[in-house]
Design a protein around this ligand. Sequence first.
Ligand code: NAD
Ligand code: IPM
Ligand code: MN
Length: 355
Amino acid sequence: MATHRIAVIPGDGIGKEVVPEGIRVLEAAGRRFGIDFAWESFDWSCERYAETGAMMPEDGLAQIRSHDAIFFGAVGFPNVPDHVSLWGLLIPMRRGFQQYVNLRPVRLMPGIPSPLAGRAPGEIDFWIVRENTEGEYSSIGGRMFEGTDDEVVVQESIFTRRGVDRILRYAFELARSRPKKHLTSATKSNGIAITMPFWDERVRAVADEYPDVRTDQYHIDILTAHFVQHPDWFDVVVGSNLFGDILSDLGPGVTGTIGIAPSANLNPERAFPSLFEPVHGSAPDIAGRGIANPIGQIWSGAMMLEHLGHADAAAAVMAAIEGVLTTGPRTRDAGGTANTIEVGTAIAEAVASAR
Ligand code: NAD
Ligand code: IPM
Ligand code: MN
């Protein structure tokens, strides 16, 4: 039996409520498909920050770098400024482990009412490929004349040729593997006049290697409108760190709820562990009430199974999610009245009886 060592970081807020449901479903998949998990839990969080002044220990990355994967909930709570909590835990993992691909599906699922009228499952089904280690997310910059009327604040965006090319290649390969073979690049080269024209230039250069992939691009402003009005146009959408972040909340928004959206933070070379987490955050507004939708976490678990080489188990988890969304209990954000544990348990039971 294969044993996978998984670092579990539930984090804050609803992260602590949905991660156990993800593990419940993965355990059920393990029993059904002969996969053994060794879970090792880490209490890295805003709570830990309040007690010790740090989100994780100084050697935190070293503690988990030889695990097979990281199963992550969410971090951030009102007791710690968001940039402190995120730059103290999630972002160092993404960067330190070279998880330069943030892969986020947008899919209209059965049973979930979409705010877009007249769309059926199957019509909206695409991937967002978000650059995850550079771009607009940078700590390079500074403040001058702080607190005065002359205050100046500068923050640099960093786009490296290596960083841009590798995310584009990942996205083109993904597009090539899909029936539509269509790649859309998010840009803003009309207004952001140095980095974004460079991005476009690299898209053109890499596109030359993929003549079988149809390539187009939209400025990010109109692209957000097309996501709402024409979500059926898209197949693979590639964007910088910030544009990919925004599009990957908009996608689940138009397909019904952020509560089901998963993500894989991938180090494709497998030199370091990859990290699987829902797209959503710690949702302080509903934390502690047991009503969070666990499907974003559970679907992230399916992506982790796929990454670990268990495509059959991943498919069974996806079928169980679809079945429960169609006829089983649903949380409020998905139009039902069930609680987190009821949904997680129903999906685990469906996986246990998968054929
Ligand atoms: P959020 O995703 O936490 O919540 C946005 C809204 O969606 C809220 O109304 C919330 O109740 C709802 N929601 C989110 N997940 C849900 C679920 N599973 N089921 C039902 N409803 C759900 O975003 P936010 O409010 O902008 O951020 C809250 C905190 O989380 C902040 O500290 C932020 O920095 C952090 N955050 C962390 C991550 C991460 O760890 N990857 C991602 C996003 C935000
Ligand atoms: C996400 C989150 C993070 C991001 C935040 C919390 C730093 O929004 O994973 O999408 O912007 O990457
Ligand atoms: Mn986000």
